[in-house]
Design a protein. Structure first.
Length: 199
C-alpha cells in the first residue's frame, strides 16, 4: 500500500514563563507567554517553558514513522530583533510553581533560568500570527531516549537588541491560538490513531 502523511496536533500539558528580575514570581495561569529582554526593564529576561505529554500518543519505537515535528505558536505582540530559539529543556517543571530560580517552587535549577541543551537549537523569527518551528530532532531524540514528556524552552537570542515578544499560552481563551506540536508521520494504508500509536 502507498505511504501517506498524517498529522497529530497535541496541546501542551503545561506551560508558563519565568522572569529574571522577579526570580521567585510564577506565571502558570497567564494567558500569554513572554519571551526576551523587556525594554526598559534592565535585565528582565523572560523565557517560555512548555511540556507536551507524548505517552498516550507515541510508543518509544514509533519515532521511526515520524517525518517532521513542528512547534506551532501564535505571536500576539512585541518583537525579537535578533530572533529566538527553541531548545530542549532537560529538567521537568511544575507550571504552577516554577520560576527563574526553581523548577517546582523549591528545588533550584542547575542554572538559574532553566536547564537546557545548547547543542540542538532551533531558531525562529518573531511575528504576529502563526509561527511554525521545526523541532524534529528534539522530539525524536526524546522518544529514542524513552522520555514521555517533551520539554521545551523558548528564549531570545543573546544579541544586543533583544526586546520582548508575547505568544498565546495554553490558558488563552482562543483555543485555536494555543501552542501545539504537530507530528507528521508516514503510515501505510491506515491512519495511526492515539490508541494505535500508543499501543
Amino acid at each position: 500500500m502507498p505511504t501517506r502523511i498524517d498529522h497529530t496536533p497535541i496541546n501542551p500539558a503545561e506551560d508558563t514563563y519565568i522572569r529574571q528580575t522577579f526570580a521567585t514570581a510564577t506565571a502558570g495561569v497567564a494567558t500569554s507567554l513572554s519571551i526576551g529582554l523587556i525594554s526598559g526593564k534592565g535585565t528582565d529576561e523572560r523565557r517560555g517553558l512548555l511540556k507536551f505529554d507524548l505517552s498516550g500518543y507515541l510508543s518509544v519505537g514509533s519515532f521511526e514513522l515520524i517525518t517532521k515535528v513542528e512547534l506551532v505558536v501564535y505571536g500576539i505582540s512585541g518583537a525579537l530583533p535578533d530572533g529566538g530559539f527553541v531548545r530542549k529543556l532537560t529538567q521537568d517543571f511544575d507550571a504552577s510553581t516554577a520560576n527563574w530560580n526553581t523548577h517546582d517552587g523549591s528545588t533550584s535549577w542547575s542554572t538559574a533560568g532553566g536547564d537546557y541543551e545548547d547543542e540542538d537549537s532551533h531558531p525562529f523569527a518573531a511575528a504576529v500570527g502563526e509561527i511554525r518551528i521545526d523541532i524534529t530532532s528534539i522530539a525524536v531524540s526524546a522518544l529514542k531516549a524513552g522520555e514521555t514528556n517533551l520539554l521545551l524552552i523558548l528564549m531570545a537570542d543573546s544579541g544586543p537588541s533583544v526586546s520582548g515578544f508575547n505568544i498565546r499560552s495554553l490558558d488563552s481563551a482562543t483555543s485555536g491560538e494555543r501552542p501545539t506540536i504537530d507530528i507528521e508521520y508516514a503510515s501505510r494504508g491506515r491512519r495511526l490513531t492515539r490508541s494505535s500509536i500508543g499501543g
